[in-house]
Design a protein around this ligand. Sequence first.
Ligand code: CMC
Length: 430
Amino acid sequence: MTEKVSLSYKGKTYEYSTITGSENEEAFDISCLRRETGLITMDYGYQNTGSTKSSITYVNGEQGILRYRGYSIEDLAEKATFPETAWLLIYGELPTEEELTVFRRLLTENSLVHANLLHFFREVPPSAHPMGILSSVVNALGLFAPKYYDAETDASELELMITALISKIRTIAAFSYKASIGEPFVYPEANRSYCANFLNMMFSSHTKPYVVNPIMEKVLNTLLIIHADHEQNCSTSTVRMVGSSQANLYASVCAGICALWGPLHGGANQAVLETLIRVQKSGMTIKEVLEKAKSKEDPFKLSGFGHRVYKSYDPRAKILKGLMEKLFNEEDSQDPLIDIARELEHQALQDDYFIERKLYPNVDFYSGILYRAMGIPTNMLTVMFAIGRLPGWIAHWKEMHNDPQSKINRPRQIYTGPSQKKWIDRNLRG
Ligand code: CMC
């Protein structure tokens, strides 16, 4: 029997049916609440509000579980490739060999951006933040698309548009880096994997030979898989919010990139590295960093710690920490930031403030150190997150479009401004 939730208000009782997910998560459906009671709900930051049903990603924050379409993040991170994972998220199943071959070919064939767009990279100031460049160029890609996605676009056109976007985002990221350091663009090469192609476009140059390190290629592959989706997070909800008005895919993804940029979300990876560098350079102690993070007078937060959903160790952080330890043993290289990060984690996890609030390292705590080992500059870390998250955004945008229950997203509010005022003629000029 389906459970009901009852609500008593002004002497009347109302009943609401419950919805149970495939992992026994429960909600109650209040879609007729206002019509029946005149009430709306208030939930700052949507801490308890479900915006949709979704079959893409499952997160269990208490037990530290993350699965894409049923597959554990641990298996995917170790055994899958990023293009395979992108396909899985977007189309619901792992690709067959034939599907993957076609997907790879289309990724290669659609990797270039329109030549007219190259002017943009050259004209923006070198100090421009790469997330601003990425969001602008992704939106501009739509201007060059023969047709925006709309209800009439057939499935194969949409598939091509999706593949082209996944391919071009890494070209845009690499070109923005080359433009910022004043070097000529390095074009994608057909015989390289998704990750090797990106590393080559970033670091190869006419004056310095560059050979893609297969270990770094594998690390990048894992990082992108780990970023690929995380259910209704801030940027994905933004993509769904914008897409709910039937805005096109490019505009919706552009909005998602902008939402990811903030330091409470994807921008935290840049903030983590900046904190570690600050400790290294200024001689600030770990204790001082933690005191600053705990102080209610100081807006500083310990980036890379805490999560809305995870109240245990973020499984993505666990994988990345293991990868970091392995990489720095295998490669016999060192980064002084690692010891600082390890000590920061150690002290935070023993501190009552962090214990009481269940604040653990999140995905952004160790990702920056791994990207740094590849040579990715600090201000591009969130761009890397965006490249990885793109398939997730697309999967959610597509799921929303295909869901007959979806509606334009339009929350309500409780108005707290002045009541109606009488207009008094003031006879002012201008
Ligand atoms: N440093 C210091 N205090 C913190 C931190 C932190 N990193 N995170 C949470 N708190 C405190 C917060 O001040 C609050 O304290 P109190 O109860 O005394 O008011 C308590 O812990 C609960 O935090 P909250 O801000 O109410 O939690 P939230 O769910 O609204 O925010 C968060 C989640 C991720 C925005 C937050 O933990 C945070 O700001 N972390 C640092 C930024 C960060 O690492 N973001 C990346 C998140 S993972 C990647 C992604 O998916 O975006």
